[in-house]
Ligand binder design. Structure first.
Ligand code: ATP
Ligand code: MG
Length: 262
């Protein structure tokens, strides 16, 4: 059975897509069968995986409105080796069109059931909003990965996000939990980063992943080559941190399984 994770934060530009793409590539390197679902009309995860969003035969949009299934829409990332259900601008229309559907918040969940035994992990990249698309991500997932920049306003936004996750848990998906908070674009020379990081650990304890993703220009350069940073420059600090994060996530899941079966 596939474990499904949604990478979410309603704040824009906090590193959701960089995290989804590099985690997918890292998990693939670590031998996990991985699928990335691009749930953002910007299509950045699609492009960053080396797939041209302007030339898609089928995308997540067709999947959500029932015109294609996940297998038909999946393309293997030529650079990363993982499966991608791609997205482009067309997806922006889904928000409006889905309003007429019954159970519109579980369209993605229902569609992913088809590939449940084909993948070990499925990662969903969300747009920077708490929209119907993000709600579909939350309803489909077992866990939320929250990338955070350690800045002053980051904590404020986090409270809204945690409240939304609680509401989804109560009303739509009792499986949903926060798997962890990931500190990204971290600059240890900035005192505020260290202070916010310490506050995060105080408030959220074990929920904060031990791995810290540093600010690293190679991660920012990689998408313009259609490659995950993990593939583009495996020796860079950013790439190494994402591979380490992949291993930490696998370990965290193993421990979760143990506590559930004991
Ligand atoms: P959006 O909300 O628009 O979807 P996002 O949360 O997906 O944005 P990204 O696109 O991943 O954020 O990152 C925003 C910008 O920061 C991008 O230009 C990306 O290349 C850069 N970036 C992300 N992580 C890092 C990092 N660790 N070091 C340096 N640059 C980074
Ligand atoms: Mg993004």
């Amino acid at each position: 059975m596939a474990r499904i994770f949604v990478v979410a934060n309603q704040k824009g530009g906090v590193g959701k897509t960089t995290t989804t793409v590099n985690l997918a590539a890292a998990l693939t390197k670590l031998g996990k069968r991985t699928l990335l679902v691009d749930l953002d009309p910007q299509g950045n995860a699609t492009m960053g995986s080396g797939i041209d969003k302007r030339q898609l035969k089928a995308s997540i949009y067709q999947v959500l409105i029932g015109l294609a299934d996940v297998v038909e829409a999946t393309i293997v990332s030529p650079s990363g080796g993982y499966g991608v259900v791609p997205a482009n601008r067309e997806l922006a229309g889904a928000e409006v069109e889905l309003v007429d559907f019954d159970e519109r918040e579980t369209r993605l969940k229902d569609a992913l059931a088809q590939v449940d035994d084909r993948y070990d992990l499925i990662l969903i990249d969300c747009p920077p909003s708490l929209s119907l698309l993000t709600l579909n991500g939350f309803c489909a997932a077992h866990g939320v990965i929250i990338p955070m920049q350690c800045e002053y306003f980051a904590l404020e936004g986090l409270a809204d996000l945690v409240n939304t996750i609680k509401k989804v848990h109560a009303n739509f998906n009792t499986n949903l939990k926060v798997i962890g908070l990931l500190r990204v674009m971290f600059d240890p020379r900035v005192t505020l980063s260290q202070q916010v990081s310490a506050q995060l650990q105080q408030h959220f304890g074990d929920k904060v992943f031990g791995t810290i993703i540093p600010r690293n220009v190679r991660l920012a350069e990689a998408p313009s080559y259609g490659q995950p940073g993990v593939v583009f420059d495996p020796e860079s600090k950013g790439a190494k941190a994402y591979v380490e994060f992949g291993a930490e996530l696998i370990e965290r899941l193993r421990k979760l399984d143990e506590t559930q079966t004991s």
